[in-house]
Design a protein around this ligand. Sequence first.
Ligand SMILES: Cc1cc2nc3c(=O)[nH]c(=O)nc-3n(C[C@H](O)[C@H](O)[C@H](O)COP(=O)(O)OP(=O)(O)OC[C@H]3O[C@@H](n4cnc5c(N)ncnc54)[C@H](O)[C@@H]3O)c2cc1C
Length: 157
Amino acid sequence: MPGFENSYYITSGPYIGVRDTRRIVGLNVLTLEDLQKTTRHDDAVATGCWFLDIHPPEVSVDKPFTGSGFQPKPYDISYRTLIPQKVSNLLVAGRCHSASSEASASSRVTATAIALGEAAGTAAALAMKARTEVGTFDGVKVREALAKQNGGPFSEA
Ligand SMILES: Cc1cc2nc3c(=O)[nH]c(=O)nc-3n(C[C@H](O)[C@H](O)[C@H](O)COP(=O)(O)OP(=O)(O)OC[C@H]3O[C@@H](n4cnc5c(N)ncnc54)[C@H](O)[C@@H]3O)c2cc1C
């Protein structure tokens, strides 16, 4: 390429990044309808607000992504989306929490993943103190603990 005759390759990303991959099926599944209707949950432990960031599944080199997805109002994410149906005493935070493919196109983003991680850590500490399993621990208590430390969720119950 003219002007780059003396350039040379240094490095590039060592791994391919995949946005949409495996997720658990939890006690609650966050769906597109939840985002459209802003479904409220007493046990909300995080707030999502990113638009439906669905990227084209096919190669689209000459067609840049325009990001035309639906923009939800700030919505609740239930503690139960972190609890798998079939494995006990396990919480799954971040982009593999329980959500449909469409809903996770919003809930998987970094800020929301961080909030879900904080919720899972808080829940684990509370459950240990209460000598109970995280899967049966009351999500409303997790919500209250997060609210006390200004960790959200930021929508009304
Ligand atoms: C190409 C691309 C662009 C993106 N752009 C944006 C953006 O602009 N803004 C935005 O908000 N989000 C963006 N995202 C989405 C966002 O980066 C992810 O959804 C988010 O980082 C998910 O966070 P997470 O903690 O759930 O998972 P991850 O960030 O994937 O973290 C999981 C970690 O677990 C580690 N791990 C896996 N298996 C093991 C194991 N067995 N033992 C120990 N460690 C393990 C992994 O190495 C990794 O560090 C993008 C994603 C991709 C792929």
